[in-house]
Design a protein around this ligand. Structure first.
Ligand code: SF4
Length: 349
C-alpha cells in the first residue's frame, strides 16, 4: 500500500472507531428498513436532526409503511410537512411512495442505480438508502462530508461547482473500509455534524488531527471553498385576511410558485406600500383593509419575502373573489399552510 492509500485507509477506520463511541442514538439508525431510512433522509435534507426528529416521528406514526404513505392524500402529507419548507420535496416523496407501491410491489429497489431513477431521489439519497439499507459500497456526499473531506485532504475545489462532487465521491470511496459502507457513511456525516463543525471545529480532540491538512495548515476556516452566490430575489407580499361571521377566506396556491398546494389568504404582490384601489380585485377596490402586522421577513432558498397582513370584514353584499372560499377556524386548522400563515393565525386570531 502506498503512503497516500495508507493515510486514506487510516482515516476511514479512525472515523468508524470514532463513530462507535460518539454517535447519537437516532431511531432511523436502528433499522435496515429502507422506508424509515428514506423518510429520515428526505426530512433531514430540510432541517437539522433536533428539529427533524419530531417530523420523522409524526410521519412514522401517521404512515408507518410505504403503503400507508402511498394511500394518503396530498393534503394529509403536506399538512404533516408544514414548517419544513420546500414543499416540492414532500410532493415528490408522496409520488415516489406511490411509484414504489404500484411499480415495485411496495418493495424499495435495492441498488443505487435503480434508486436514483425515482422522483426526488438524488445522488445523496440514493447513496444513503443503498448503503444503509442494502450495504452497497457507495459513498454519500452531503454538506458535512464536503467539509470533512475538504479539510482533511486539503481539497480546494469549489463545492458549489457540480463537477466537484465526483472528486469528493472518489475521495470518500477511497477512505471507505471494505464491507463497512453503512457505518462509514453514517460516521463521516456524524463526524461533520459533531466534531468537524462549520465554525470552531473540535480539532484538539480530533482523532485524525495529526494527519489533517486543515489542522496542520490552520486552514479550517478556508475550507470547504464555496464560491457560487445564489441570487436572492425580494418579493413584497400583502395578505388581505377577509373575514365574515367568524369565517376566513382562504385559497389553495396553484401554479409553479412557492408553496404550491398550501392554503393562504387573498394576496397582492406589489411594492412596499400598495395602492389598494389599484391592486385589489374590482369588487373590493372601494375598501381599505386595516393593516395589522408586517412587513416581516421570511427567507426561502432563493427568495426574501417581505410579508404584511391586513384585515377586512367583508359585508354580506359583496361576493368573494372566485379563487377564495370561506373556512371556519376548525376547518382552517386541518388545512396545510405555509409557516407565515400559521404564525399569523396563532398571533392574531
Ligand atoms: S483536525 Fe479539525 S479540521 Fe481536521 S478533521 Fe479534525 S476537526 Fe476537522
Amino acid at each position: 500500500m502506498n503512503t497516500q492509500a495508507t493515510l486514506t485507509a487510516h482515516f476511514g477506520y479512525k472515523l468508524v472507531d470514532w463513530y462507535q463511541s460518539n454517535s447519537r442514538d437516532l431511531p432511523w439508525r436502528r433499522t435496515r428498513d429502507p422506508y424509515p431510512i428514506w423518510l429520515s433522509e428526505v426530512i433531514l435534507q430540510q432541517t437539522r436532526v433536533v428539529q427533524g426528529r419530531p417530523y420523522y416521528e409524526r410521519f412514522m406514526q401517521a404512515f408507518p409503511d410505504i403503503h400507508a404513505l402511498a394511500a394518503a392524500s396530498e393534503k394529509e402529507v403536506l399538512a404533516l410537512w408544514q414548517g419544513l419548507g420546500y414543499y416540492s420535496r414532500a410532493r415528490n416523496m408522496h409520488a415516489t411512495a406511490r411509484t414504489i407501491v404500484l411499480e415495485y410491489g411496495g418493495k424499495f429497489p435495492a441498488s443505487y442505480r435503480e434508486l436514483i431513477g425515482l422522483r426526488g431521489v438524488g445522488d445523496y439519497t440514493a447513496s444513503a438508502i443503498a448503503s444503509f439499507a442494502f450495504d452497497e459500497q457507495t459513498p454519500v456526499v452531503d454538506g458535512n462530508v464536503f467539509r470533512v473531506l475538504s479539510r482533511y485532504y486539503g481539497i480546494f475545489e469549489d463545492i458549489a461547482n457540480p463537477a466537484s462532487r465526483n472528486l469528493f465521491k472518489k475521495a470518500a470511496a477511497m477512505a471507505m473500509p471494505p464491507g463497512q459502507a453503512a457505518t462509514f457513511n453514517q460516521a463521516i456525516m456524524e463526524f461533520g455534524a459533531l466534531q468537524c463543525t462549520p465554525v470552531s471545529p473540535l480539532c484538539p480532540s480530533c482523532p485524525v488531527n495529526s494527519t489533517c491538512y486543515a489542522f496542520r495548515h490552520e486552514a479550517q476556516s478556508m475550507l470547504p471553498v464555496k464560491n457560487k452566490k445564489t441570487q436572492v430575489k425580494e418579493r413584497h407580499i400583502h395578505y388581505v385576511v377577509l373575514c365574515r361571521n367568524g369565517s376566513i377566506a382562504m385559497k389553495e396556491r396553484t401554479g409553479k410558485d412557492i408553496w404550491e398546494g398550501l392554503f393562504d389568504f387573498l394576496e397582492v404582490e406589489a411594492g412596499a406600500a400598495p395602492d389598494w384601489p389599484a391592486v385589489l380585485p374590482e369588487d373590493l377596490a372601494r375598501f381599505s383593509p386595516t393593516p395589522v402586522s408586517g412587513p416581516a421577513k421570511h427567507l426561502l432558498t432563493h427568495r426574501r419575502l417581505l410579508i404584511s397582513f391586513s384585515m377586512l370584514e367583508l359585508p354580506e353584499t359583496v361576493s368573494l373573489p372566485a379563487e377564495l372560499q370561506w373556512y371556519t377556524p376548525g376547518e382552517i386548522k386541518e388545512l396545510p399552510k405555509p409557516l407565515p400563515i400559521n404564525r399569523f393565525l396563532k398571533d392574531f386570531l
